[in-house]
Write a protein that binds this ligand. Sequence first.
Ligand code: ADP
Ligand code: MG
Length: 232
Amino acid sequence: MSDAPIIELRNVQFRWSGQSSFAIAVPDFTVHKGETVLLLGSSGSGKSTLLSLICGTILANTGHVSVDGTDLKTLSGWSRDRFRADHIGIVFQQFNLLPFGTVLDNILLPLQFAPKRRHRCTAPKQTAMDLCKSLALPQEIALSKASNLSVGQQQRVAVARALIGEPPILIADEPTSSLDETAQSSFLNLMFDQVASLGSTLVMVSHDPRLGQRFDRVVQMDDIVTIERHAT
Ligand code: ADP
Ligand code: MG
């Protein structure tokens, strides 16, 4: 692990516009290159909002969010999308696979929007097949529709999609919440194996403190975030 921060939030304030009265302040939150961080917090504590700020899908109203040395506010919407695709592999809670795409289509999808990631991946199909193999996905399902997979297989495809092209950062938003304990543990093993072999940075969100022992650092949302709720 080097000392260079790969994710930095300084004096950040963000308020959802419209109906929601939810606003958060993040005075100082930093993640270093190669670190694995578990963010713990109850439902509604702003975990997904914080991840969206890091991913640049939403922009801070004040303060700075930097990823790999780039202040996300300096990028236009289009270049921020491309920056995200290049730098961040994302595993969503519901996996968000394209149901009618094949397993291969789903794994290769992020490369379409990410020139740097594509560049790192000179033989995309072979890499996708290798990822399937290392995630214990049978080769013959590569051309199956994602909707035909079991939940356990879908989670592996979601991880492969996040890992393809070796993004320096992995963000996982409660990826294990719909899994039983055995599936949860095998999912984490697979993800940590890949993180270790690529030296990636991992920020994962959960409300389950038992997962903490696997991570370099456990961060409680209450310790880094202040929440404001206004009557509307
Ligand atoms: P967590 O992931 O910890 O459960 P979230 O960040 O998803 O928390 O949500 C925190 C609060 O932010 C919610 O209670 C909701 O009011 C608000 N919020 C979340 N997403 C949106 C959105 N897309 N639009 C408006 N408000 C939102
Ligand atoms: Mg959430």
